[in-house]
Every structure is written in structure tokens, then in C-alpha cells.
Design a protein around this ligand. Structure first.
Ligand code: GLU
Length: 418
């Protein structure tokens, strides 16, 4: 067997190439869309609490901005690399196109271990990173948002830093902010709410009754934990296992999600949660269940474990959780996969609403946000399903065909400058 592609950028390009082949894109269009438009690397010093100065490396990559300003989150993690950020930026381009919101794709990241930094260190690092990337970001050019290990407070520091430099408040420079400074109702839950909508639609297509379905969720951050809660509360699904970085907890009779949320908040981990069996994150993916929701990192479903996945339906709440090889194996085994660029697009969709509200200085009620999100997500799911039926391909390819065609059309119409 050939060596499996696991470099996220190679994965993203391989997925794009497959879609480009099917669409019959010209060599020049293919060459344009394969490469990120801009890549900024910043190395910057931060004073730590003990007085020492430490150097950090961060990135901001814009993949394509032909459909609108660049949009995409910022991730803080020791695993961040330029290739990871490039891949995530490219996925953002397709994600915004698949749900039809007027943004291009971008992503940022800083190599750091936020769990081993004090709040003051985190704030100084965030503000300095924001300053370093301020040559790219702005309400009309590039609008960041939260991603792994970043949150509304961190968005607030970035908004404040950018605004301080300009001399007045510019809330639309970033989304996922706290409500008090121009954040949007519903943004915190938005990605999970999108996951809920596509899960419900996919279950309907597969004749699965939500109340009879057991669900395993990998990851207990913003997306994983809220998805588990909403699937339990609003679809009556039986959540049988959840996990965080310390590992998973499993109970075939069902996990009390609200209790798990409280436990995790109180103890900082799910480890030791009562009435459950401890499982590793690897074991978790192979547990018997109807629906599997990877909501953590890239490369979780690989050629190594794909044959042992028991779920009938995989909802990719994380970005890039499935390698191309695992994707083929799962397809061959008849597993339906709702791809990341569709499944987790609820976050950026409400980010779009937040940006529009900030620009207009006119704010909407939570039910308006949720209704609009719901209709964009179900309409997009429907369009992807119809495309995949029409083209006799899986949902991932259906989503790529729609998204890449939209970005290619915008790129074609704008033409090559000069
Ligand atoms: N980080 C999220 C994502 O991967 C949200 C991006 C945004 O809201 O701009 O889609």
C-alpha cells in the first residue's frame, strides 16, 4: 500500500484535484486555485510572567478572495504548521462557497500551548500576534474568528488591539466576539447548530429515526460539546460516548450530556466521569454506534482504522478529520459522510451574520439568527445532495463540485490582472 497522505495541505490539494478533474477545469484555473494567494509568517517576542522573552511563530494565510473578503479562524496549538494553516484556508474557501456566503478563505494560527500559559501571557501573545497580522486583517479585507483553543475573549483582545491602532472601534474586523462588543446572538452555538441541521437531514435521507440512533462524538470543545447537547436535547439522540484530549467516556445506555458538561467544566476534563467506561480516543472511533461525529482534529479516520468504523453516518464537525484513503474505504463500506465543508459551515455562516450586523450597527434577535442559519444549512445540504445524485458521486464530491465551480466562476469572471 502506498504511504497514506496525511499532510493536511496535500490532503486538501488531493481533494481539490479530484473535483477539478470531474469539473474539467482548465490547467490555468487549476493552477490558480491550487495555491494560496497570500501567506504571512510572523515571528514575534512576548514577555512571559517570569520576565523572560519568548519567541513565537504565527501564520495568516489567505487562499482565495475572489468571492469576497478573506474569512477564517485563528487556532492556538503546538501542532500548528504552515501546511495545516494552508489546508484550513483552502477548506474555508470551499466552505464559504458551498453555503453561498460572500467570503473567500483564510486561516491563522500560532504555535503555542495555551493550556500552559497564564491569562496575562495569552493576552500579550494574542495582542502582539494581532499587531503582526494587522497588515492583512481588516473589516473589508480579512476577518478572523475563533478556531481550536481560541474563544470570544481572545477575539475581544484582537478587536481591541486593531481598534486601538486605528483610534476608534472596529467590531467588524473579527467575529465570534462577546455580545457586549458587537458579537452576535447564536454565534457560540452556531457550528453545532449547523451540525444538528445536517445530521437531521442526513438521518431523514437514510431513514434513520433520531430517537433510535446512538451517537459518538469525538472532541468536547465548542463544537463537540454543544453538538452532543443539541443532538440530545433537540433530536432525542442517545449520546453513547464523548471525548476530550484526555480520552473518552462510554456508556451504551447513554451519557447524561448536561452532567458531562458540568463535570468537564468543574474538573477541566471528562476523565473519571461516573457511570461510564474509559476508552481511548482511538477506541472511541471504533465503538458500535449509528452516527460518528469527529469534532476534534484532522486525520482521525485513516486507512488504519476506517475498516473498523461501525457507524452508518459520519458527520465531519472537525475540519479534515478523514484522510482521502479512509474516505474511499468508508465509501466502499457504504458509510455516508457529510463532509466538513458543509457539516461545520454553521460557524462561518453566523460569523457572516455577525459581520453584517457590525457593519450595519443593527442587531438581530437570536431566533432570527437561528432561523436564517437553519435555512442556509438545510438549503445547502439539499443542494449538495442533489448535486451528488445528479453526478452519481458521494456528498463530499457533491459539495466540492458546487463549491469549486462557484469559486472558479468568480475567478474566471474577474479575469487575470493585468
Ligand atoms: N473556525 C471556524 C471554521 O473552521 C469558523 C470560521 C469563521 O467563523 O470565520 O469554520
Amino acid at each position: 500500500m502506498a504511504v497514506e497522505i496525511v499532510n493536511p495541505y496535500d490532503v486538501a490539494v488531493a481533494q481539490f484535484d479530484e473535483a477539478a478533474d470531474r469539473l474539467g477545469l482548465s490547467q490555468s484555473m487549476r493552477a490558480i486555485l491550487r495555491k494560496p494567494k497570500r501567506e504571512l509568517i510572523v515571528n514575534f517576542p512576548v514577555r512571559m510572567d517570569n520576565g523572560d522573552v519568548e519567541m513565537f511563530t504565527g501564520y495568516r494565510v489567505q487562499h482565495n478572495i475572489n468571492r469576497g473578503p478573506a474569512k477564517g479562524g485563528i487556532r492556538f496549538s503546538p501542532e500548528v504548521s504552515l501546511d495545516e494553516v494552508r489546508a484550513l484556508a483552502m477548506w474555508m474557501t470551499w466552505k464559504c462557497a458551498v453555503v453561498g456566503i460572500p467570503f473567500g478563505g483564510a486561516k491563522g494560527g500560532v504555535i503555542c500551548d495555551p493550556h500552559n500559559m497564564s491569562r496575562a501571557e495569552l493576552e500579550r501573545m494574542t495582542r502582539r500576534y494581532a499587531t503582526e497580522i494587522s497588515i492583512l486583517i481588516g473589516p473589508d479585507s480579512d476577518i478572523p474568528a475563533p478556531d481550536m483553543n481560541t474563544n470570544p475573549q481572545i477575539m475581544g483582545w484582537i478587536m481591541d488591539t486593531f481598534s486601538m491602532h486605528m483610534g476608534y472601534s472596529i467590531p467588524a474586523v473579527i467575529t465570534g466576539k462577546p455580545l457586549a462588543i458587537g458579537g452576535s446572538e447564536g454565534r457560540l452555538e452556531a457550528t453545532a447548530r449547523g451540525v444538528l441541521v445536517v445530521t437531521r437531514e442526513a438521518m431523514q435521507d437514510l431513514d434513520m429515526n433520531p430517537a433510535d440512533c446512538s451517537v459518538v462524538v469525538q472532541g468536547f470543545g465548542n463544537v463537540g460539546s454543544i453538538s452532543a447537547r443539541l443532538l440530545h436535547d433537540e433530536l432525542d439522540c442517545n449520546i453513547v460516548a464523548v471525548s476530550d484530549i484526555s480520552g473518552g467516556i462510554y456508556n451504551p445506555k447513554g451519557i447524561d450530556v448536561h452532567r458531562a458538561l458540568r463535570y468537564s467544566k468543574e474538573h477541566g476534563t471528562l476523565k473519571g466521569f461516573p457511570d461510564s467506561e474509559a476508552v481511548s480516543n482511538a477506541e472511541l472511533l471504533e465503538l458500535p454506534c449509528d452516527v460518528l461525529i469527529p469534532a476534534a482534529l484532522e486525520n482521525q479516520l485513516t486507512a488504519r482504522n476506517a475498516t473498523r468504523v461501525k457507524a452508518r453516518l459520519v458527520i465531519e464537525a472537525a475540519n479534515g478529520p478523514t484522510t482521502p484513503e479512509a474516505d474511499h474505504i468508508l465509501n466502499d463500506h457504504g458509510v455516508t459522510i457529510v463532509p466538513d465543508i458543509l457539516s461545520n459551515a454553521g460557524g462561518v455562516t453566523v460569523s457572516y451574520f455577525e459581520w453584517v450586523q457590525d457593519l450595519q450597527r443593527f442587531f438581530w434577535a437570536e431566533h432570527e439568527i437561528n432561523n436564517r442559519l437553519e435555512s442556509i444549512m438545510s438549503r445547502s445540504y439539499d443542494a449538495v445532495r442533489r448535486k451528488s445524485e445528479e453526478q452519481e458521486c458521494n456528498l463530499r464530491m457533491g459539495a466540492y463540485l458546487l463549491a469549486v465551480a462557484r469559486v472558479a466562476e468568480a475567478t474566471e469572471i474577474r479575469g487575470v490582472y493585468p
